[in-house]
Design a protein around this ligand. Structure first.
Ligand SMILES: Nc1ncnc2c1ncn2[C@@H]1O[C@H](COP(=O)(O)OP(=O)(O)OP(=O)(O)O)[C@@H](O)[C@H]1O
Length: 364
């Protein structure tokens, strides 16, 4: 991403509460018009970073730039970054029209102009016919649209959303999150979204910043943080993974041979620079392992191990298996249960060497 295209730039920001560093030397560039998610466990500092951007907190050190201007010390109302909390921050006693028009009224815009501009917003966000409703008469998704419209109408083009979906049931969360993404793209708003839900982060974002203990562990596209995590924490937090510790015992032209307990695993070399004797942790997502009925015909191929299933769980779109092979436990997701049904007992387990991600060095 080019520096010129960043609408928000966070540079080496630290924020302490007493002796506790809630944000520790964090730097992050947010690209204009992008959807960026701050993902991390409870208490890792996501909300604190949002509040720093919005101006509710001041950094102890470091700088924050919005549209190229340093905003340290700039009060909240001058920052142009509305913070949308869980309740969407709509005024409950005002209709949809009044909510959207609120910012324009404060600016004493003539009422015919307000009417026209609100009309445009109602059209853009599919809220026609709902202008006389109150927020409580609308679904979570519709309220979210009103919040977008209200921000956009006064020229705010950065929306900070702190767990806006947390009050919704599981099905609604999925509906509303798709809606949020569509609205954000349609309106061209730059969105920063806080969540501890990895599915939400993966499905919504252009980029994800994975947070832990006040620092960013990795910033990347959903694909990168899922399939190419920088470290074990990221790999574990963004999804389920099999972690296999081992040592590089062979470096061939195309592959590494990694000795892990009582098995040897072949890993495609592309993109890695490990040396003989390096300690590594292999990260293998459950869906990157195939499980096959034991037929004995895979024995001589790479990365095929005999094992047996210890447990299975039907999840509709897939079956999750727990299996043992050698001295190791594996989690495997079979995504075509409709074809094969359940497997039981003795199986063969196959891992494509290209689907193994390798972390080089000791992992805590
Ligand atoms: N005003 C404050 N005074 C003291 N400590 C605070 C204050 N605000 C936050 N903290 C602490 O800073 C840490 C980060 O808090 P923050 O709210 O940013 O976490 P979070 O990642 O948003 O968590 P959650 O997902 O639970 O909302 C926590 O340990 C919290 O207790």
């Amino acid at each position: 991403m080019s520096a010129q295209n960043s609408i928000i730039k966070i540079e080496s920001v630290t924020k302490q509460f007493g002796a506790f560093k809630a944000i520790n030397n964090v730097s992050l560039d947010i690209e204009r018009g992008s959807f960026t998610t701050l993902l991390g466990p409870s208490g890792c500092g996501k909300t604190t970073l949002m509040r720093l951007i919005a101006g509710f907190h001041e950094p102890d050190s470091g700088s924050i730039y919005i549209e190229g201007n340093k905003v340290n010390g700039t009060p909240v109302y001058k920052r142009n970054t509305p913070l949308v909390f869980q309740e969407y921050a709509l005024f409950p006693h005002m209709t949809v029209f009044e909510n959207i028009a609120y910012g324009l009224k404060l600016k004493r815009i003539p009422s015919n102009e307000i009417k026209e501009k609100v009309g445009t917003m109602l059209d853009m966000f599919g809220l026609q016919g709902m202008e006389h409703r109150y927020p409580k008469q609308m679904s979570g998704g519709q309220q979210q649209r009103v919040a977008f419209a209200r921000a956009l109408i006064i020229g705010q083009n950065i929306l900070l959303m702190d767990e806006p979906l947390s009050n919704l049931d599981a099905k609604m969360r999925v509906e509303v999150r798709n809606d949020i993404r569509e609205m954000q793209q349609r309106a061209g708003i730059t969105a920063i979204f806080v969540t501890h839900d990895q599915d939400e982060a993966l499905s919504l974002s252009d980029r994800i910043a994975v947070f832990n203990k006040g620092t960013i562990y990795q910033v990347g596209t959903p694909w990168e943080v899922y399939f190419k995590p920088n470290n074990k924490f990221v790999a574990d937090f963004v999804g389920v993974a099999n972690f296999v510790d081992g040592e590089v015992v062979g470096v061939e032209s195309q592959d590494y041979m990694v000795k892990c307990a009582d098995i040897a695993i072949k890993v495609d070399k592309t993109g890695y620079s490990a040396k003989l004797g390096d300690k590594v942790t292999l990260v293998i997502r459950p869906e990157c392992i195939s499980v096959l009925p034991r037929e004995g015909s895979y024995g001589s191929s790479d990365n095929v191990w005999s094992g047996y299933i210890t447990r299975s769980s039907f999840l509709g779109r897939m079956i999750r298996y727990w299996a043992e092979a050698g001295s190791m436990q594996w989690i495997i997701d079979d995504s075509s249960p409709s074809v094969r049904g359940y497997l039981e007992g003795q199986i063969d387990l196959v891992v494509d060497k290209k689907k193994i991600h390798m972390l080089i060095g000791e992992q805590s």
